[in-house]
Design a protein around this ligand. Structure first.
Ligand code: GLN
Length: 565
């Protein structure tokens, strides 16, 4: 580890949702490729203590860390770019920071002093940043500040950055990710909003070292000069970040602009040589080549419920699932075409179910609550009977167990107690450790969360896909498979292919005599990255390709929302 750890704050300007998370992750990856140990963390302005209680259509996906924190989806971005675990210490919200300060005050830890917003809140933020750095032994720590400059919401995070910079001017840098609009009526890129954003940063006592200009096109020489001149940054520190086909192009783009070297120089550091086998940027280049050249598709239907809104919201609610499907498809030289199906459509019109035959495979992701449940079960029955590859994640696994119980094992009144408190056949029940939480209506942070061990049954499809005997995967759920039904369901053709040894819980199930009918109680999508696609997603895509090459599909696809690349 470097003697004096370096810190890079990434802040947003002009508007949100321009990809600050991707910029932070990409920047981390580029610096990592220069031989430095890098970590990334997120400071979220919400009062919420974690993202666990937020609605995915509003906030996007809840990402789960190895140590069981429910965080913002950007932590997932960092993991996918850096190829390593990012732990709970790397995530903070305003709520979390205040909670700590108030608890400390209650415990007399401020020794009778007046506890104030300034300096005590920024000091707590700095403590957390330094702790995250220490725990990961990072040479360089990237701190992404949620929101944009000029908001009340994130001002104390910026103040923390200012304080760190004034104490260690050579160890702290600021990157402004700003938006450069190209108004349709003018057709010319405008830099003024970015100039205003820099002024707002200046008001907070900050000056960007780098301006990353997000836009629909590249920044030309004239505008680069203008930004440099009016924002007091070096011309070569204005980085062009035009829209890309894939987010995985961004690190390559930064490398082309020499951003890594420039930042190292800012800190007085030099790049170190990285052995080719460990050069992740080099490996990413190969993946990007596949992304940009492969055309052959694998068509996957995703049946869920958070689909009413626009494509952006949709992609945000299921980002890790979408990314995992992409990683697996690219590893097989296929372009994933994901088609979004609202499960309630099948409840309203069961005839529509036959559209499922137009897919190479069908996936049901995690979920909560009753909406669309019967529609999902109908879809599962259809793909099971028609031998269409199926992958159920968490809720998708639980509902598959209910479907098999109802329609194969003949247990008519089978259900999950999440929906029916007292079913005739409770196939999915409350995890004993969760009973108290449910009875006392405890929500935030109380699910079965984070990584748990799982022992695989030799010779099963899933065990073969993993190629090992023991795995560990991340969880986020409250209900579990009821062991009292294992025997009956096994007689119906279900195979328990993975079990948590400590608590004897069913973690994976699959079906015999089916090309790929696999359900996982955990969320494998959280462990997938472009350079290391998840084995179960790869197995699923392979089964989809076999169907795509073989079975003749005569059913015409229904018009639906599609996500490509
Ligand atoms: N609602 C289910 C449970 O809590 C599944 C959760 C999920 O899919 N993440 O057990």
């Amino acid at each position: 580890m470097a003697k004096d750890p370096k810190y890079i704050f990434v802040v947003g300007g002009v508007m949100s949702s321009v990809g600050k998370g991707v910029v932070s992750g990409s920047l981390a990856m580029v610096l990592q490729s220069k031989g430095y140990s890098v970590t990334a963390m997120k400071a979220d302005p919400y009062i919420n203590v974690d993202a666990g209680t937020m609605n995915p259509t509003e906030h996007g996906e809840v990402f789960v860390t190895e140590d069981g924190d429910e965080t913002d989806q950007d932590i997932g971005n960092y993991e996918r770019f850096l190829g390593k675990n990012i732990y709970s210490v790397n995530y903070m919200t305003t709520g979390r920071v205040y909670l700590e300060v108030i608890e400390r005050e209650r415990n007399l830890m401020y020794k009778g002093k007046c506890v104030e917003v300034v300096p005590h809140i920024p000091e707590e933020i700095i403590r957390r940043i330094k702790l995250a750095q220490k725990q990961s032994q990072a040479d360089i720590t990237i701190i992404e500040v949620g929101g944009t400059v000029g908001e009340y919401q994130n001002i104390l995070f910026l103040e923390a950055g200012r304080m760190m910079k004034s104490q260690h001017p050579n160890d702290v840098a600021f990157v402004l990710v700003s938006y450069l609009p190209v108004p349709g009526s003018i057709g010319e890129m405008k830099t003024k909003p970015t100039q205003h954003a820099v002024r707002l940063m200046n008001e907070a006592g900050l000056q960007p070292d780098v301006v990353v200009g997000r836009s629909s096109k590249s920044i030309d020489a004239v505008r680069r000069k203008k930004i440099a001149q009016f924002c007091s940054v070096d011309e070569n520190m204005v980085i062009s970040a035009p829209d890309c086909e894939s987010i995985y192009e961004v690190p390559l783009l930064f490398e082309k602009e020499n951003l890594g070297e420039k930042l190292l120089k800012r800190f007085g550091l030099k790049s170190k040589s990285v052995p080719p086998a460990q050069d992740r940027l080099k490996q990413l280049r190969k993946v990007v080549k596949v992304i940009k050249t492969v055309d052959q598709k694998v068509r996957i239907g995703v049946v869920g419920k958070y689909f009413q809104t626009g494509e952006f919201v949709l992609a945000d609610s299921y980002i890790s699932v979408i990314e995992a499907l992409k990683h697996a498809a690219w590893s097989q030289k296929r372009q994933p075409e994901l088609v979004w199906i609202d499960a309630e459509d099948y409840e309203k019109n069961p005839k529509q179910l036959k559209e499922l035959s137009s897919f190479d495979a069908v996936l049901i992701p995690g979920g909560f609550g009753s909406r669309g449940v019967e529609g999902k079960i109908m879809a599962i029955q259809y793909v099971r009977e028609n031998k269409i590859p199926y992958f159920g994640l968490c809720y998708g696994m639980q509902l598959a167990a209910v479907e098999v119980a109802r329609h194969v094992a003949g247990l008519k009144g089978a259900h999950t107690v999440e929906i029916d408190e007292n079913p005739e056949h409770p196939i999915i029940v409350v995890n004993p450790n969760q009973k108290e939480n449910i009875e006392q209506n405890r929500y935030g942070g109380t699910l079965r969360l984070g990584a748990y061990d799982c022992v695989l049954s030799p010779g099963t499809k899933t065990q073969k896909a993993y190629g090992v005997k023991k795995i560990s995967e991340r969880h986020r759920h409250r209900y579990e498979f009821n062991n009292a039904y294992v025997e009956q369901l096994e007689k119906a053709g279900l195979i328990v292919s993975g079990v948590n040894p400590q608590q004897n819980l069913v973690e994976i199930m699959e079906l015999e005599d089916h090309p790929w009918f696999v359900g996982t109680q955990f969320h494998p999508e959280f462990l997938s990255s472009p350079l290391k696609p998840h084995p179960l997603f790869v197995g699923f895509v392979k089964a989809a390709m076999t169907r795509s090459n073989g079975a003749k599909k005569t059913v015409k696809p229904t018009k639906r929302k599609i996500t490509k690349r």
